[in-house]
Write a protein that binds this ligand. Structure first.
Ligand SMILES: CC(C)(COP(=O)(O)OP(=O)(O)OC[C@H]1O[C@@H](n2cnc3c(N)ncnc32)[C@H](O)[C@@H]1OP(=O)(O)O)[C@@H](O)C(=O)NCCC(=O)NCCS
Length: 166
């Protein structure tokens, strides 16, 4: 039986992973991770506009000179810090990279005045929901038909006091 490169999980020491703001030259690698991670990938233009408007809260994880994950987050006018998208290269998942990206995004959003951190997640995405619950996010609402294929989303929120207390 042949095993594709994608199925081989890399063991990565987190100390060698750098979390840093995304740059224009990262977009191709970010798009590659986006496309392999989501049925409905955001188009490239969204990433470019997001990068221009939110350069401090659009972050990548870099390992060995390669982008292995990203998180797009922004502060809304109602002071909700919103996680718009997060993904890690499938070959590098399970090493804590997603958690490191989420932690840095939350910290940066709080520094900028966020009172809550919010996100939407597919109700079927049990792995991601577990990860968010570990961070203290709670399901506050089910949004019927949120995704274009008709799947519902959970809207999840993390109050900042809870994060500080953790
Ligand atoms: C969600 C995601 C970013 C997590 O990245 P990661 O680097 O694997 O995360 P970490 O290593 O920090 O944490 C892994 C934890 O995430 C959870 N998890 C996320 N996806 C999982 C999956 N497919 N299967 C099992 N657990 C999963 C588990 O709780 C796991 O905890 P554990 O290590 O105690 O088992 C990554 O799985 C991914 O890119 N998924 C596809 C895109 C996606 O669904 N993004 C979220 C959209 S809202």
């Amino acid at each position: 039986m042949s095993v594709s490169a994608r199925e081989v999980k890399a063991k990565v020491p987190l100390a060698l992973v750098t979390i840093r703001p995304a740059r224009l030259f990262d977009i191709n690698e970010i798009m590659r991770i986006e496309r392999e991670s989501f049925r409905e990938a955001y188009p490239r233009g969204i990433f470019l506009v997001f990068l221009e408007n939110n350069p401090d809260t659009f972050l990548v994880a870099e390992y060995n000179g390669k982008v292995v994950g990203y998180v797009m987050a922004y502060l809304r006018p109602d002071l909700e810090g919103h996680i718009m998208s997060i993904a890690v290269d499938s070959a590098y998942r399970g090493n804590g990279i997603g958690s490191a990206l989420l932690t840095e995004a939350i910290e940066r959003l709080i520094e900028r005045g966020a009172r809550y951190i919010g996100l939407e997640v597919r109700v079927s995405n049990e792995g991601a929901i577990r990860l968010y619950e570990r961070f203290g996010f709670k399901k506050v609402k089910r949004i019927i038909g949120y995704y274009s294929d008709g799947e519902d989303a959970y809207y999840m929120l993390l109050p900042v006091e809870e994060w500080r207390g953790s």
